[in-house]
Ligand binder design. Sequence first.
Ligand code: HEM
Length: 83
Amino acid sequence: MRIGIPADTRNQGHVSFGFGRRVCVGLNLANQSLFIDIASLLWAASIEPAYDETGAEIVPSPTEYVDEGVVVHPAPFRCNIVP
Ligand code: HEM
């Protein structure tokens, strides 16, 4: 068991799908669907930085985040998603 992660997460290594007897029964469908969705997005689109008024790249902060308790995600950032 990794420090801070309950043992029975079905080898997920995180608790996003819960753990123990109440672990999410849809985790395989969710993981496979997310893989397909993200792979399709990366295939179909070019994700590029946003640019400021001088034309310089706006680089998202690697350290800013939003902590909503159980779920922590990157702070909102600008980018250009080009089909
Ligand atoms: C990214 C997507 C998903 C996340 C983050 C997620 C997360 C969770 C979590 C945290 C629990 C445990 C709640 C608790 O401790 O009581 C749970 C339970 C459950 N999930 Fe998901 N889930 C996802 C997708 C799905 C999908 C796609 C299905 C069905 C196709 C599903 C069906 C269920 C069911 C039926 C339970 C209740 C299990 C039980 O209490 O025996 N979930 N989910």
